[in-house]
Structure formats: structure tokens, C-alpha cells
Ligand binder design. Structure first.
Ligand code: GLN
Length: 542
């Protein structure tokens, strides 16, 4: 029998519900419990794949090719499992299914309503998580904040769900904010009380309340919340801000969250082993050096747009006892005639991430040229790889005006071109080359040394590819195609053997890095950046 933990949020958004769900997942997993985490998103988009990163942050891609909420990235990193399409459900998906069935005439003339049709669809989609694999516990995070109009069908669905699977098999956790009033230096519990009242209005009584606050809250305050919100004293869990998100599981364990969850769900209390996680956090806290990595992107004002890359860089840092300082560079700032040396001088590695559309492309190409010519470690990801090919074609192969046909349909040298399977695709949602495909690795290359494997599976999200008609010219000039998707002869990875570290992937390795298992590409890239730092220090000393 699967147990369900529903996590809702109150008072304000951005409380770290996703990290809380992930952390609870990690705590349960460390106690030998098979756990999966699902995100329910109340927005009407079918998935975040078509949304602007400034609206939504990164789009996380699963192994089976779903474009999902970035919280799934946290779930995967914390519980170290591959999730699937089933783990992210949106209102758009639920409505889409119901309306499609209505058009087909499946409802035999009935009136279609939010309750029961949409709520039934949501409940069915919660059940799908355990369809192919059994889990002891499914944690289900409901996006948004209690009180949002669009969240209501989801809250109603989890209310009904509880009755259907048995009250003893479900608990509700409410994550709220306990703000500190600057003027009186007092923590305030009223917003939490109101938020719980709002939940109760719709028939949900939380068993556990997790109180987010700037600094730890007192026992007295917890007692007050316990009294007013009708939860056990030990079920009021304090969660003050911590320096690193990887410390959250340890903070929650200290507060006894996993003990109380196991008690309420009547699960066997096995002793947990968090030692690996603790070691990782300790290591992260005591770096021996700090490397500075520039991310040259288009959405640099919202760090969440590149969250998996940032986390993967940190993981790479862990493998090298290095802390990572990110220098955010808006690609458009690099465009034009100006010298980019002052911006690039103090960094030890450059990342050009994925993206769409022409804005900032020339700035990215300029940064790549700088990295190539100045022996600066360079990692290109998806669009970053395509820009590296354009730069190489223009400046090494002398293909004047070389470009991707995504940005210049009339270029004489379309070194990056639409994949043949994409031709004629009109729909924007979910139609890219998505998810995991095998990449065959050429022996004797840097890529082979990095993975030490002949074939790997990596995740994709793109429409364009390296143009095979121009490949031989690029190869003759020294560009090495070290990873290939064999079935369609698609370039997956490029590298420059004479450069200290210049490698770029069509796929997104950042979706598979875990703090406990840093991705080898990021580990190797940070090692090269650390070497660059060392060289600079030597240069400085001499
Ligand atoms: N715009 C490019 C493509 O569609 C790159 C996509 C990406 O970086 N995810 O191929």
C-alpha cells in the first residue's frame, strides 16, 4: 500500500516547497523507503516547454523526454532517481484530456464539470506514479499558494483522494512563512494561522506545519502555532534559512520531520543513514579554492533559468574541493565593437548554455572566440555547442557569415541546420528532439577520457543540429566530433584537442548531475578551471 504526502504552501510563494519536498524525499530514502515525488502545477499551460524562462525558470527534461517544472530537477538531485512524464501534472494536461474525451463523445451527453471530471483526472494522474513501479511513499507537491483560484481543483482532488485511499495512508504538510517584523524584532504567526484557516475552509487539515523563517523560531512560538492550528507540538517544524540548499535535509532531520512522518503514516522506523549526504555537505562547506565561472546567457537576471547548470557546476566543484563563483554575463553586453577582455580577464572557465532565438548570439560567439584563442576552459551546452561550431566555421574555416539557419535562413554556410525530422513540424509544444538518446564516444578523445565509456545516454531538447554536409570541412580544420548519435549520424559532442579544455555538447549533461554523483563533464571542466586558477596564481607570484 502506497502512502501519500501532500505538500501545500501558504502565505507567499518561493518558500522553497520544492526543496522541502526533495529534502523529505532524501530523508525517507535514507531510511530505506522507496519514494517518488510528483509536482502538480495549477497553471493552464500543458507544460512549461513553451514558457519564457523569466516566467518560469528552467525547463527540466526527464529521461523519457517530458519538459517539466524545475522542481523535478531538485527532486532528482536530492533523491537520486530518474523521474518521468508522470511526475509532473498541470491543469492544462488535465483539462486537455477531459476536453479531448468530451469532443470524442465519451461522456454520452453529460455536463462536464470541474468536480468531478477535472478532479477525477487529477486523482488518476496521481495514481499513475505507482503504475509501473511500486513506491512506499509518493510525495506530491502542489504548486502555487493556498488561496489561488486555479489551485482549488487540485486541493479538492487531494481532499477526495485521501478519502479514497484511506485517511491513515495520507498526510498533509503545509509550508508557511513566519515573518520577522523588523520594527519590533518579533516573529509573527498570524499569517500561518490564516493560511491554515484557508486550507480548513476547503476541508484540509494539515498534520504537519513547516515554518520558514529567517532565523530559528522559539519553542514558545511553535506551541502557539500548534494550539491555533490544531497540530501536534512536535509536528510544528522550524526551517530557518540555511546557506546551502543541500543543508535542508539535515536541518529538517534535526527538527524530527522524518520521525513524525513515519509515525503518522505508520511506517516501520528504521534507522537512517545520512552519512554520505553529511559528508557531501561538509565538503561543500570547506573548499580549498574558489574558481570563477562566467555563464554567458540571455536570462541572466533570473538565476533559476539556469538552475541545473549552476547546481552541476557546484557538483563539479565538489569533485575538485572548489567553491564556484558564478559571474553572470548578459550575452548582449558582449556584442558590438568593444573589447571583451576586461569582462573575461578574471574568470577561469566559460559556460555558454542553451537557448532559443537570435538575441545575444553574437555576444556568445565572441565569448567563445575569446575562450578558444586564450586557452580558457570552455563548456558549451546545446545552443552553446551550436555557437561554438558557428564560431569555428567563421574564424577558423573562413566560412564568412556562417550561421545557424535558426538565426539566418539565407546564410551561405548553414553549419547548424534544422534536423530533418523537424521539417514541417508546426506545433511548438513538446515537438523538439526530447529526452535521452545514446551517444557513441570516439576512443582517444577527451570525451572518452571523461566518461571512460563507449556509449552514454544523455538528455536532449533541440530542433537544430550540426549540418552533416559541412562536417568534413570543419573536421579538416581540426574540430573533433567525439560523440555521435549513431542511428541518425547526429553530432552530439565537439571538442578541440589542442586546447586545454574546449568541449561542447548538443545534449544537456546538467540534467543528470547529482551532488552525490557529479557529472563527469562538469567535474572535468571544473578541474580544468581550477588548473587555470593555479596557473594564474603562479603567474602572479612570479
Ligand atoms: N535553439 C537551438 C535548437 O533548437 C538550441 C536549443 C537549446 O539550447 N536547448 O536546436
Amino acid at each position: 500500500m502506497t502512502r501519500y504526502i501532500f505538500i501545500t504552501g501558504g502565505v507567499v510563494s518561493s518558500l522553497g516547497k520544492g526543496i522541502t519536498a526533495s529534502s523529505l524525499g532524501r530523508l525517507l530514502k535514507s531510511r530505506g523507503i522507496a519514494v517518488s515525488i510528483q509536482k502538480l502545477d495549477p497553471y493552464i499551460n500543458v507544460d512549461p516547454g513553451t514558457m519564457n524562462p523569466y516566467q518560469h525558470g528552467e525547463v527540466f527534461v526527464t529521461e523519457d523526454g517530458a519538459e517539466t517544472d524545475l522542481d523535478l530537477g531538485h527532486y532528482e538531485r536530492f533523491i537520486d532517481v530518474n523521474l518521468s512524464k508522470a511526475n509532473n501534472v498541470t491543469a492544462g494536461m488535465a483539462y486537455w484530456s477531459v476536453i479531448t474525451r468530451e469532443r470524442r463523445g465519451d461522456y454520452l451527453g453529460g455536463t462536464i464539470q470541474v468536480v468531478p471530471h477535472i478532479t477525477n483526472e487529477i486523482k488518476d494522474r496521481i495514481r499513475v506514479v505507482t503504475k509501473e513501479k511500486a513506491f512506499d511513499v509518493v510525495i506530491c507537491e502542489i504548486g502555487g499558494t493556498v488561496g489561488d483560484i486555479e489551485g482549488l481543483p487540485f486541493l479538492e482532488a487531494i481532499r477526495q483522494f485521501r478519502k479514497e485511499v484511506g485517511r491513515e495512508n495520507c498526510i498533509n504538510i503545509h509550508v508557511t512563512l513566519v515573518p520577522l517584523l523588523e520594527t519590533t524584532h518579533e516573529f509573527k504567526t498570524k499569517p500561518t494561522q490564516h493560511s491554515v484557516m484557508k486550507l480548513r475552509e476547503i476541508g484540509i487539515q494539515p498534520e504537519i506545519i513547516i515554518c520558514r523563517s529567517r532565523t530559528p523560531i522559539s519553542l514558545e512560538l511553535k506551541e502557539k502555532i500548534s494550539l491555533f492550528c490544531d497540530v501536534d507540538k512536535e509536528a510544528v517544524i522550524g526551517l530557518a534559512d540555511v546557506p546551502s540548499l543541500y543543508e535542508v535535509p539535515l536541518a529538517l532531520e534535526k527538527e524530527g520531520l522524518d520521525d513524525i512522518v513515519l509515525k503518522y503514516l505508520d511506517l516501520p522506523v528504521k534507522r537512517g543513514d545520512l552519512s554520505g549526504w553529511e559528508k557531501m555537505v561538509e565538503q561543500m562547506k570547506q573548499p580549498e579554492k574558489k574558481v570563477r565561472i562566467a555563464i554567458i546567457g540571455k536570462y541572466t537576471e533570473l538565476e533559476d533559468s539556469y538552475i541545473s547548470i549552476v547546481e552541476s557546476l557546484k557538483h563539479g566543484g565538489l569533485s575538485n574541493s572548489a567553491a564556484i563563483e558564478i559571474k553572470w554575463v548578459n550575452a548582449e553586453r558582449l556584442e558590438g565593437e568593444g573589447d571583451i577582455e576586461p569582462i573575461m580577464r578574471d574568470i577561469h572557465g566559460v559556460v555558454v548554455p542553451g537557448g532559443f532565438g537570435p538575441r545575444g548570439i553574437e555576444g556568445k560567439i565572441k565569448a567563445i572566440k575569446y575562450a578558444r584563442e586564450n586557452n580558457l576552459p570552455f563548456l558549451g551546452l546545446c545552443l552553446g555547442m551550436q555557437c561554438a561550431v558557428i564560431e569555428f566555421a567563421r574564424n577558423v574555416c573562413r566560412m564568412k557569415g556562417a550561421n545557424s539557419s535558426e538565426f539566418d535562413a539565407k546564410t551561405k554556410f548553414p553549419v547548424i541546420d534544422l534536423m530533418s525530422e523537424q521539417k514541417g513540424v508546426e506545433e511548438k509544444g513538446g515537438t523538439m528532439r526530447l529526452g535521452a538518446y545514446p551517444c557513441r564516444i570516439k576512443k582517444g578523445t577527451r570525451l572518452h577520457a571523461i566518461y571512460n565509456e563507449d556509449e552514454v545516454m544523455e538528455r536532449h531538447r533541440h530542433r537544430f543540429e550540426v549540418n552533416n554536409d559541412l562536417r568534413s570541412q570543419l573536421a579538416e580544420a581540426g574540430l573533433v566530433f567525439s560523440g555521435i548519435y549513431h542511428k541518425a549520424d547526429l553530432v552530439e559532442v565537439i571538442e578541440l584537442p589542442l586546447h586545454p579544455w574546449f568541449l561542447a555538447t548538443q545534449y544537456h549533461p546538467e540534467f543528470k548531475s547529482r551532488p552525490t554523483r557529479p557529472h563527469p563533464i562538469f567535474a572535468s571542466f571544473i578541474a580544468a578551471a581550477a588548473k587555470r586558477l593555479e596557473e594564474q596564481v603562479v603567474l602572479f607570484k612570479s
